[in-house]
Design a protein around this ligand. Structure first.
Ligand code: 5AD
Ligand code: SF4
Length: 439
């Protein structure tokens, strides 16, 4: 086998970035090396996202650029990994004829073999989904890491089948990773200087390995060392248990930040989305979180313009946003995905202009709420984990507080990984700014 220089480009969610670190580990173990630029590469992998049509279009455009590199260098191998590979399978080979490898999210161990096949002139496709694969024995190569924060994938797949969502089809059945391997990975990251770990999964609250729940797992990771911060994403409201809320409240190094996607404020729409909770049940979970963790930030995901959404449903979403007063939100126009239940059952009947208008109203409201939340922090002192010099100036550092808000402060011999107390003096809707202080 010839060793190759491999360039990996990643699109989509944190899970995909974490998967690229697994791919990097697989190819390095097989004797290949990684490189930073597609121009230097023998193999280009694009790890793709299918969540919305736009995500796929971006990837399609980007791979056209790689096609021109291949014209200059016919030996260049181009591979599509992840959700688009899984969703489109060999169709992608027909549509993008210069592509050599298609590998789905459970087929990454097969990549060295697929590269070998291409060398013998055979295009490589592996889109088998597994009920067991968790890559638990692999030691991910931390790509683009700041040396302070890292992601650990704790489970794979999703079987909630929200009607709009393609993930259960592209990532397969839900399975949890061996808890001991997660704790070992976190311990070794801590010993290597990392200070913040985000436990990742499509629906971390339903983590279940042997008799252990997510509350048990996060506690075990938090107990590695008080200087290790623990975060998690993403939670499903139906599985946000009291036990987990109590665990977050009890351990100081579990970050006080809960991302709880609501998707819509209207129970009728939630039903059609198959979210398995009502507006009232969601608000009840928020109240319980606020009661036990009053300092927690709460963030969400919202989809606007889902099938059959009336103006009244939309107003109900705006009113839920006001009621909860989210600290931050990811907001999207509904994008119909082929093969999902929504695509089969309902018409995508909200006109594009209406979707755009509603999205703008949601964004405008959220900007107001984010600014209000940040203004509320002026005068408070936060413990901030320093990540690195701020983008704008070397004299400033940036880091995050427990609530996951970005905080900018003047550097004073500050090193990445230091915990610094910062008193907030200014803010925008996107970040806090302050001065270092003693407590
Ligand atoms: N259209 C728009 N947004 C979607 N999401 C998932 N599927 C779709 C879709 N078909 C959003 C949800 C989810 C986030 C990761 O992406 O809000 O929580
Ligand atoms: Fe998609 Fe729902 Fe699973 Fe999240 S919980 S990945 S929105 S199906």
């Amino acid at each position: 086998m010839q060793t190759k220089k491999i360039y990996i480009e990643t699109y989509g969610c944190q899970m995909n970035f974490s998967d690229s670190e697994i791919v990097a580990a697989v190819v390095k173990e097989a004797g290949h090396s990684l490189c930073e630029s597609p121009k230097l590469a023998d193999v280009i992998f694009v790890n793709t996202c299918s969540i919305r049509e736009n995500a796929e279009l971006r990837v399609r455009n980007r791979i056209q650029e790689f096609k021109s590199l291949k014209k200059k260098n016919p030996d260049l191998i181009i591979g599509i990994l992840g959700c688009m590979a899984e969703r489109l399978k060999t169709q992608l080979l027909e549509e993008e004829q210069f592509v050599d490898i298609i590998a789905g999210p459970d087929a990454y161990r097969d990549i060295p073999h697929l590269i070998g096949n291409v060398e013998s002139g055979i295009k490589g496709v592996n889109v088998l989904l597994s009920h067991e694969e968790t890559y638990s024995d692999l030691n991910p190569v931390r790509l683009g890491s700041n040396g302070v924060s890292a992601f650990i994938s704790i489970m794979r797949g999703c079987q909630n089948f929200c009607t709009y969502c393609v993930v259960p089809y592209t990532r397969g059945k839900e399975r949890s990773r061996d808890m001991l391997s997660i704790v070992n990975e976190a311990t070794s990251l801590f010993n290597n200087g990392y200070r913040e770990i985000t436990l990742l999964g499509q629906n971390v609250n339903s983590y279940n390995w042997q008799q252990y729940t997510f509350a048990d797992l996060i506690k075990a990771v938090a107990q590695i060392n008080p200087l290790l911060r623990v975060r998690f994403a993403t939670s499903h409201p139906k599985d946000m248990s009291d036990a987990l809320i109590h665990t977050i409240a009890a351990l100081p190094n579990i970050c006080k930040s809960v991302h709880l996607p609501v998707q819509s404020g209207s129970t009728a729409i939630l039903n059609r989305m198959h979210r398995k909770y009502t507006r009232e049940a969601y608000l009840e979970r928020i109240q319980t979180i606020r009661k036990h963790i009053p300092e927690a930030s709460i963030t969400t995901d919202i989809i606007t313009g889902f099938c059959g959404e009336t103006e009244e449903d939309h107003q109900t979403t705006l009113s839920l946003m006001e009621t909860v007063s989210f600290d931050y939100a990811f907001m999207f126009k509904y994008s119909q995905r082929p093969g999902t239940q929504a695509a089969k059952l309902y018409a995508d009947d909200i006109p594009e202009e209406v979707k755009a208008k509603r999205l703008q109203e949601i964004i405008d409201l959220q900007n107001k709420l984010s600014l209000k939340s940040n203004r509320n922090d002026i005068g408070k002192i936060f413990e901030v984990l320093a990540e690195g010099p701020s983008k704008r100036s070397q004299d400033y550092f940036s880091g995050r507080n427990s609530q996951n808000k970005m905080v900018i402060f003047p550097a004073r011999n500050t090193k990445p990984g230091d915990y610094v107390n910062v008193k907030v003096t200014h803010c925008t809707s996107a970040s806090l700014k302050g001065e270092q202080c003693e407590v």
